[in-house]
Design a protein around this ligand. Structure first.
Ligand SMILES: [Ca+2]
Ligand SMILES: [Ca+2]
Length: 355
């Protein structure tokens, strides 16, 4: 079946819905720019980044799993850039927090007035406990459930944050090399600003994921994600109650656990979803501006399934994706998520303009 965060929104209970619109406050610490460290190899790519060449991206769906919003497929002229070879890790994010004292969205009390801007105007204010800092945590169900209602497996968890990704009793010991999760869009942007980088545009992300292969379904080509050697961290078994872990990981995997694509990028498919800079416009590909060179995406978001929301793009799928649910590991797969939302399968990586 198809699934997306549009459906996600449509069917969520009120309590869970609230968590998707966690308000932000205005006391985010000021950030500072670090000097980049360049290597002499890889076309002067900064350390930990790969050179992504210029070219013509054929952007959009490649097979019958593609959603309506992946069409029409269209050409976009891309400039060269550098991209992080992995998702940003806990160790990297910790360095940022150490340097800036940054407080992530999931660690802040929820600003009800801000949240109300993304909800139907007559929504009543909930109890204070609902507005305590926290985030959504994936919780396997004991039995099969309807895949139309993500509230069946996403549980609002007070105290969950990047430091406590699955709730207050979980931590980061031994997880330096895992991608940071429970990251809202503004958290990702704050990190990117500090690192002297930026979030990729949606077109840049797809161009990089394709790794120089044209019109292929996955970063490695067209062999099914379910066949051959494990190629990515996703969900094998019966979602969301029986994870067979054939790829070796029930949850987040250390970065570089699976082979890179031909640009040297790891985990573009699966592991954690990755924020992009673009707004999510469900109909964007049918607009002329989508075909402009180096498009930075639409001016505003539009999702017919969630009319009150302004969503940002996430790409690449996560350890929770499979063909029965979202096939998020496809190069062309698009999803939207509200910028204030963190989940324990959402992270990011950064890019930088090439010289
Ligand atoms: Ca897995
Ligand atoms: Ca990923």
């Amino acid at each position: 079946m198809t699934s997306s965060l549009q459906k996600f929104i449509k069917h969520l209970s009120f309590l869970t819905l609230l968590t998707l619109f966690i308000g932000c406050n205005n006391d985010t610490p000021k950030t500072e720019i670090k000097s980049p460290n360049f290597t002499t190899e890889n076309k002067n790519a900064p350390i930990g980044m790969k050179y992504i060449p210029a070219g013509n991206l054929q952007m959009g769906g490649d097979n019958d799993q593609a959603d309506k919003n992946e069409y029409p497929k269209h050409g976009v002229e891309m400039s060269a850039f550098y991209m992080d070879e992995t998702e940003v890790t806990n160790a990297q994010f910790a360095e940022f927090v150490e340097a800036t004292n940054y407080i992530t969205v999931a660690e802040r009390p929820i600003d009800w007035e801000e949240m109300l801007k993304s909800l139907p105007p007559d929504t009543p204010k909930p109890d204070d406990i609902v507005l305590a800092p926290g985030a959504l945590v994936f919780t396997p169900t004991p039995q099969p459930v309807s895949l139309d209602n993500p509230a069946n497996w996403w549980v609002w968890t007070v105290g969950a944050s990047w430091k406590h990704p699955e709730g207050p009793n979980t931590g980061l010991d031994g997880k330096d090399n895992l991608p940071v999760v429970q990251i809202a869009w503004e958290d990702a942007k704050a990190y990117a600003d500090w690192a002297g980088k930026r979030l990729p545009t949606e077109a840049e992300w797809e161009w990089a994921a394709r790794g120089g292969k044209e019109n292929m379904i996955y970063p490695w080509g067209n062999e099914s994600v379910n066949e051959g050697e494990a190629k990515a961290n996703f969900y094998q078994g019966l979602f969301p109650y029986k994870n067979d872990e054939k790829d070796g990981f029930a949850g987040v995997a250390p970065v570089k656990s699976f082979p890179p694509n031909d640009y040297g990028l790891y985990d573009m498919s699966g592991n954690v979803w990755e924020w992009c800079s673009d707004w999510f416009d469900f109909e964007y590909y049918s607009k002329e501006t989508a075909k402009k060179a180096n498009t930075i995406g639409p001016e505003r978001a539009f999702n017919p399934y969630a009319p009150y929301q302004q969503e940002k793009i996430v790409r690449g799928g996560s350890f929770l994706c499979n063909d029965d649910y979202c096939s998020g590991y496809r190069n062309a797969r698009r999803m939207g998520s509200t910028p204030d939302t963190g989940l324990n399968h959402t992270g990011f990586r950064c890019v930088r303009d090439a010289e």
